[in-house]
Design a protein around this ligand. Structure first.
Ligand code: ACO
Length: 432
């Protein structure tokens, strides 16, 4: 990282000496002012709750242009990737920096496929959870517990260990999510089957029973694979930053990814697809399209605490490109499954139409995000609402692990340790 010719100068109104700060240029995106020496040189901190203007790392994996509604994985536009690649291509790309050729792809597929089983003891561990536990509660536990089963790949200073952990996590995540589902419905776990694709295998582990053959439906497989592709990485979002911060202490990768799973669970992040479908179902139950005006009024009333779930994004101030692709997939899946008249899809389209013409949403640049349509697709293919965020976690695992690995390979990497503006008591004596 080389400073550009430009520098920034921070001056103070109280006559304290001003400070010159180096400015870096990225390949794309805004310049970045390096404030690392600020505390040393001027004895001040920067205040930025929510990281609105703070770059916490350098990264070469994903780039978002929020104003233009553009998303790139390793430089490739998401629209091109979604049309020409499957999720295994994307995993390879995100982990290794470029798309695989046919030979590399076959080897990668085989490597992932041969790591999909989990230690049999995990079944015993899973049995300790209540049947009605939320799948994200189970998944957080299961992913964290992997570190108790795979000791041989937790030396984070060893690149080979990091590589093995990455493959293990990507490969085992579908098995764990499907196990969490089977546990919740009281059905036997289905073991992975090596002649199926990554996504086909996941569908089988979810929906097959030992009693009869299960045939993977091509349309459903393609749609779910696209969901995985669209959720694979999204630069420094809350869960990825959590993985980086957690991993910065030197903890093992399974523990760091479990922290990411926990963060993703929240309704402002990965939990939004579940919350969005819940919102649509509630509007539908109250009268559907006819009640949309009333609902929008509630959303615009800040005191109601109601948000239009699946709308708005910290970075996108334009249409989320993933939402466009998801809407397309949604139409394809509903048509292929004979659900064109799905009332929730119609409701979502009507809601989107109203919101996109309403000055409240226009002024705040609030557009549909990926979660607006992904819930409808998942519902159509038979995935229960409570599992949506776990599916997101499955797909995002490759992004988390690639970002964690990138952090550990960065010579400038340090343990994450934010500072604070202390507003509590000054020193006082205990009076007893
Ligand atoms: N519905 C109604 N109003 C909204 C919404 C929404 N979904 N999102 C933002 N706003 C309003 C805010 O009230 C605020 O209005 P104000 O300026 O009058 O106070 C303004 O738009 C800016 O919103 P912030 O909350 O400051 O924006 P922030 O960047 O912090 O939040 C977030 C982004 C959390 C995604 C927000 O848009 C939201 O809660 N959306 C709904 C949840 C959701 O869909 N999350 C998924 C995100 S994508 C993902 O994780 C895959």
């Amino acid at each position: 990282m080389q400073p550009s010719n430009k520098k920034a100068t921070l001056s103070f109104s109280d006559g304290s000496p001003s400070v010159d700060l180096p400015v870096y240029k990225g390949t794309l995106g805004p310049d970045v002012v390096d404030i690392r020496a600020l505390y040393h040189d001027a004895h001040v901190f920067m205040y930025d709750p929510g990281f609105l203007s703070t770059a916490a790392c350098q990264s070469s994996i994903t780039f978002i242009d929020g104003e233009k509604g553009r998303l790139l994985y390793r430089g490739y536009p998401i629209e091109q990737l979604a049309k020409t690649c499957d999720f295994m291509d994307i995993c390879y790309l995100i982990l290794n920096g470029d798309l695989p050729d046919a030979k590399q792809k076959a080897a990668f597929d085989s490597l992932v496929t041969h790591h999909t089983m989990v230690n049999e003891q995990m079944h015993v561990f899973l049995r300790g959870f209540r049947r009605d536990a939320h799948p994200m509660a189970i998944l957080t536990g299961l992913v964290g517990a992997l570190s108790a089963f795979y000791h041989d790949s937790t030396d984070i200073t060893n690149p080979r260990h990091r590589e093995v952990s990455a493959i293990r996590l990507i490969a085992k995540m579908p098995t764990l999510v499907a196990m969490a589902y089977k546990h919740s419905i009281g059905e036997p776990y289905i073991y992975p089957k090596n002649d199926l694709s990554y996504t086909g295998n996941f569908l089988r582990m979810m929906f097959a029973t030992p009693c009869e053959d299960y045939q993977v439906n091509d349309v459903v497989e393609r749609a779910l694979d696209r969901i995985f592709v669209l959720h694979a990485d999204h630069e420094q979002n809350a869960s990825t930053s959590t993985v980086r911060l957690c991993g910065s202490s030197g903890t093992n990768p399974f523990a760091a990814i479990a922290a990411g799973v926990a963060c993703l669970w929240g309704p402002a992040h990965g939990g939004a697809n579940e919350a969005c479908l819940h919102m649509l179902e509630q509007i539908q139950a109250r009268g559907g399209v006819d009640k949309l005006g009333e609902f929008i009024k509630q959303v615009k009333d800040k005191s109601s605490g109601v948000r239009l779930m699946g709308f708005g994004h910290r970075v996108y101030k334009n249409y989320d490109p993933r939402a466009k692709l998801m809407q397309q997939t949604c139409k394809e899946v509903l048509a292929a499954l004979g659900l064109e008249n799905d009332p929730l899809f119609k409701l979502a389209m009507a809601l989107e139409h109203i919101a996109l013409e309403d000055p409240y949403f226009i002024d705040r640049k609030l557009y549909p995000n990926v979660d607006f349509y992904s819930g409808i697709v998942q519902r159509a293919i038979g995935i229960p609402r409570s599992l949506f965020t776990a599916i997101f976690a499955l797909a995002r695992t490759v992004g988390w692990i690639a970002q964690w690995n990138e952090m550990l390979s960065d010579p400038e990497y340090k343990i994450g340790r934010p500072r604070q503006l202390y507003m509590g008591h000054a020193v006082r004596d205990v009076k007893r």
